[in-house]
Design a protein around this ligand. Structure first.
Ligand SMILES: [Zn+2]
Length: 403
């Protein structure tokens, strides 16, 4: 495995590239933003932002000016606050995946009170969500597929329903991998949502199977028709194109201004306590699957961002990765297994089926991989039993491939 010399991202990170100097694309795009840190750069962006708001302001007062998809997190608060400060009358909309932490739920509920903005919350039926958790996990090793899909699709359905053309998203999702230059002014589009957030799967792929999901249960997972999007003129912009995106700063400001609450208990797999309160499994068992697949986890994501923003040194980041990335989150796993009715043995067997042979190999019945800090080490027993599935991970195969 190769790692970025500046942050702690591995080269196997999806959509990320290491250049000849060993620096990853996420760091390069960050540098591009940072290098352009002079006033002119941001003044021009702010001018564009104001022009955009004027274009969509509903001067007659007959409808909302924009729609903001919110999870109730620190960034949601910051976005909603920003739009209000600029004289906009937004409608907040939330996809509720039924796994909020109590403090995350509290933050969400308080938005319409402390911010004084109307709020629509949509939650699919809980039995349907449980089935989607199982299908997502067995099909693609991601029990939160429903969440990634719901968060990206439902607000756009709401935009059509409430006839609000401007949808205001927050962080540029792909900036985590450095897929776009700041000058691209990337906007929300169906293709990238399908390819990235939904991993190429749509609601049709969830129908049938051993969970027996029906089309009737999944109406909310359908994209609005192109004609309807065109009729309303729906357009999704990212605030990250117009303002410097600093999650640590947002959290601090929102806590001071609106008593935004952080996680009361530390997470098992990352050191940050201000992120992902809207889904307890996002930082837990969902993220553990990322470690199973690609050999790194959310502590690497958080630490990489915090190195770039100057909150951590690379040495501190390496230590945090060593401490958190491999942890099998006991508390979170127990809750999820109970939620969907699955045994830990079944979980481990299915999870092992998603290991990436570019990252993992098998030695003496144990999973091994290289580490950010040098020497390889082992990470628990192999649960695969099918010899065909074991073969790609055996040491001789690996050495042949390397040769
Ligand atoms: Zn990097």
């Amino acid at each position: 495995m190769q790692y970025c010399r500046q942050c702690v991202y591995p080269a196997v990170h999806v959509n990320n590239l290491l250049d000849d100097e060993g620096i990853c694309s996420a760091c390069r795009v960050w540098e591009e933003m940072a290098a352009a840190h002079d006033d002119d750069f941001w003044r021009e962006r702010y001018r564009r932002f104001l022009a955009l708001l004027d274009q969509y302001r509903n001067t007659s007062g007959s409808n909302y000016d924009c729609l903001i998809p919110v999870s109730g997190g620190k960034d949601s608060y910051w976005q909603a606050c920003l739009m209000k400060e600029h004289g906009m009358n937004p409608l907040l909309v939330t996809y509720h995946g039924n796994n909020y932490l109590p403090e995350g739920q509290g933050n969400l509920d308080r938005m319409r009170d402390v911010l004084g903005i109307d709020h629509v919350v949509f939650g699919p039926s809980v039995p349907t969500l449980k089935k989607l958790n199982r299908v997502g996990f067995t099909k693609m090793g991601d029990m939160n597929w429903h969440g990634h899909a719901g968060i990206k699709i439902w607000p756009v359905r709401a935009a059509v329903q409430f006839q609000i053309p401007l949808v205001v998203w927050g962080e540029i999702t792909w900036s985590i991998a450095g897929m776009f230059s700041p000058d691209d002014y990337v906007e929300y589009n169906k293709r990238t949502v399908l390819e990235h957030d939904l991993r190429g799967y749509s609601w049709e792929d969830m129908v049938g199977g051993d969970q027996g999901l029906t089309p009737r249960e999944l109406t909310w997972l359908r994209f609005p028709a192109d004609e309807d999007l065109a009729r309303v003129g729906v357009r999704g912009i990212y605030i990250g194109n117009y303002f410097k995106w600093d999650p640590n700063r947002h959290a601090k400001l929102m806590h001071e201004q609106f008593q935004f609450e952080f996680a009361r208990e530390p997470f098992e797999r990352t050191y940050r306590t201000m992120s992902n309160l809207d889904d307890m499994h996002e930082n837990g068992i969902h993220d553990y699957l990322k470690f199973i697949k690609f050999g790194y986890g959310r502590a690497s994501d958080h630490a990489s961002k915090d190195v770039r923003d100057g909150y951590l040194t690379r040495e501190q980041a390496v230590e945090l990765v060593r401490q958190y990335d491999h942890v099998k989150p006991r508390r979170d796993l127990t809750r999820w297994l109970e939620y969907v009715g699955m045994s830990e043995d079944e979980f481990d067997r299915i999870a092992d089926g998603f290991r990436n042979p570019r990252v993992w190999w098998i030695e003496d019945g144990q999973w091994w991989k290289d580490n950010l800090w040098g020497q390889p080490s082992s990470y628990g027993p192999v649960h695969l039993t099918d010899p065909d599935k074991i073969k790609p991970f055996e040491r001789p195969n690996r050495q042949q491939r390397a040769a």
